[in-house]
Design a protein around this ligand. Structure first.
Ligand code: HSE
Length: 296
């Protein structure tokens, strides 16, 4: 059995729609071995597909098929700490577990670059899959079948506080809300802020993050899918968050907070309760600079 650990991810980061993402210190664990058939279990009460539709399984099989290696089946044991369908990269974590685990069991025929491309191809966009595999903050462009990407390690004094709603929101549904066209003005609004975000995060100019997380490509169209959105964002800024944005396709709302702001998680919990959002979870995380790993 090999053991894999795969981080949660937060994509878009405000203005960097489909192109920026970072890895976080919340991990799924997957144990895996070759097996004559299919055996898929969870160590927790999260229901996962136990047949050949399981995303870890299908992603691993793809690697065997691409290598032309016979594939008899897999035994998989999943520990699912990343909440599903909440904008924290749970699907990407499954894809990365499958391809990284299979690649390892086959003696690493594919390079990390190959795996980045395969993961983005399976998922459709690279902004969750690439940081899940590589860690850090990733800038990624999926251009005609190939991902052009840069990973940067972040030595930050920040924490990422996720406010995770008690309802799911599928990426497919959230993407259907997006307009087919945007104005030149809105395009410029976003590209300038996406660039500002990376430069500010990496240089420590955190006071820029409030402006840098503003966006006109997806958040204005998705916010109505998240009950309480405006109140939660306002509450987080009142508690001195540097930046607040919809994580991935949502519904999680992420606050970027100074490490020294120790009261933030407790205070935002109280605010959520006061807003009638008792079912929401609050999770405090940091940037993971390592990415997915095989632990043996
Ligand atoms: N960037 C995607 C979206 C989600 O916002 O729809 C993560 O891949």
């Amino acid at each position: 059995m090999i053991t894999l650990q795969i981080p949660a991810t937060s994509a878009n980061l405000g203005a960097g729609f489909d192109s920026l993402g970072l890895a976080l210190s919340m991990y799924n664990q997957v144990e895996m071995e070759e097996y004559d058939g299919i055996s898929i279990q969870s160590t927790d009460d999260v229901a996962v597909p136990q047949d050949e539709t399981n995303l870890i399984y299908t992603s691993a099989k793809r690697i065997y098929d691409l290598c032309g290696k016979p594939f008899k089946g897999l035994k998989i044991v999943q520990t699912n700490r990343i909440p599903m369908t909440r904008g924290l990269g749970s699907s990407s974590a499954c894809i990365i577990a499958g391809i990284l685990g299979a690649n390892h069991m086959l003696g690493n025929p594919f390079t990390p670059d190959d795996l980045v491309n395969m993961a983005a191809y399976i998922e459709g966009h690279p902004d969750n899959t690439t940081p899940a595999l590589m860690g850090g903050i990733v800038t990624a462009v999926f251009d005609t079948q190939k991902v052009y990407w840069v990973k940067q390690e972040v030595d930050s004094h920040l924490k990422f506080v996720a406010m995770i709603p008690d309802f799911e929101l599928s990426t497919e549904l959230a993407r259907k809300r997006l307009p087919a066209q945007v104005s030149h003005k809105d395009a410029v609004f976003n590209l300038s802020r996406a660039a500002l975000f990376s430069a500010s995060l990496l240089s420590g100019k955190y006071e820029n993050l409030k402006v840098a997380t503003c966006d006109r490509l997806h958040q204005p169209y998705r916010k109505d899918l998240i009950k309480g959105y405006a109140d939660v964002v306002q509450a987080a800024y009142r508690l001195d968050a540097y930046g607040v944005y919809i994580s991935g396709a949502g519904p999680t709302i992420m606050a970027i907070v100074d490490e020294k702001n120790t009261l933030f998680p407790l205070q935002i919990r109280h605010q959520l309760d006061a807003l009638g959002l008792q079912g929401w979870r609050v999770e405090e995380m940091h940037i993971d600079n390592q990415g997915a790993r095989v632990m043996e």
